[in-house]
Write a protein that binds this ligand. Structure first.
Ligand SMILES: NC(=O)c1ccc[n+]([C@@H]2O[C@H](COP(=O)([O-])OP(=O)(O)OC[C@H]3O[C@@H](n4cnc5c(N)ncnc54)[C@H](OP(=O)(O)O)[C@@H]3O)[C@@H](O)[C@H]2O)c1
Length: 236
């Protein structure tokens, strides 16, 4: 039976590359996104064919995630794993120069709370079936917080996501569920090329390269790996 993998942030740059990578390798992929992603999820269904199905959330909540996961299981079969790719970046000002909490709140919501809501719905299912693998996406800033100068909120949010993953990994280990994190440096995306036109993009990490590491962590080849924090830096 094909393995069923849930992806959040499926319509983003890395998310789309990961969905494509997994479908090409015979996985069945469920892209769970916000209501505003429904149209882009539908386009991805058309592009990727029967191996991919989109599940827009009714609202951004754990209850909506739980309902979406119920729909995924009913349509595709038991969920073997998930990659929580949803996230965002805002920065450019030093912490003491930010006059309000907008950036702080949005970074915590997009990077930490989005993963927290998904995990709250996912983990009871995986623990009940006593099998599953989850991958969260951090950032190199987690290991090098000083490189997040000018992006404190993002750095804190990603550090918290990775800390959450490591705590949970210990909590669910005996239930046969694995939780790992990857830390990309700079991914070679259209957005990054637009934002950094003078940078040497050949030193960045291809989305497919990050996807391959995530696929390894989701697979049985990594059955003895949990609580790992894997740098995926390329030459950046
Ligand atoms: N790009 C990099 O160099 C880099 C480096 C290190 C880590 N990362 C991390 O890798 C992941 C993917 O990056 P990317 O470059 O593919 O970014 P991306 O293209 O912006 O994709 C991220 C997706 O997540 C969605 N999203 C944002 N907040 C959400 C929420 N609360 N709930 C559900 N979905 C939400 C975004 O929706 P909208 O399209 O509507 O905004 C977007 O589609 C992110 O977690 C990012 O922080 C990226």
């Amino acid at each position: 039976m094909p393995r069923v993998i849930v992806i959040s942030g499926a319509v983003g740059a890395l998310g789309t590359a990961l969905c494509r990578y997994l479908v090409e390798r015979g996985y069945r992929v469920a892209g769970v996104g916000l209501a505003r992603h429904a149209e882009r999820l539908r386009k991805l269904e058309q592009e990727l064919g029967a191996g991919f199905a989109g599940f827009p959330l009714q609202e951004d909540s754990t209850a909506a995630w739980d309902a979406a996961l119920g729909a995924v299981s009913a349509r595709l079969g038991p969920i073997s794993g998930a990659a929580l790719v949803a996230g965002g970046w805002r920065g450019g000002r030093r912490f003491h120069e930010e006059g309000d909490e907008d950036t702080w709140r949005s970074m915590l919501d997009e990077n930490l709370e989005s993963a927290q809501r998904a995990l709250r719905a996912l983990l009871p299912r995986l623990v009940a079936q006593r099998a599953g693998s989850v991958v969260v996406i951090g950032s190199r800033n987690v290991e090098r917080p000083w490189s997040g100068a000018g992006a404190a909120a993002y750095t804190v949010a990603k550090s918290a996501v990775v800390a959450l993953a490591r705590v949970i990994a210990a909590e669910v280990l005996d239930a046969g569920v694995r939780v790992n994190a990857v830390l990309p440096s700079t991914i070679d995306t259209a957005a990054n090329r637009g934002a950094m036109p003078d940078a040497d993009a050949s030193r960045w990490v291809e989305p497919e390269s990050v996807a391959a590491v995530i696929e390894f962590l989701l697979s049985d080849a990594a059955r003895d790996v949990s609580g790992a924090v894997v740098p995926v830096y390329g030459r950046a």
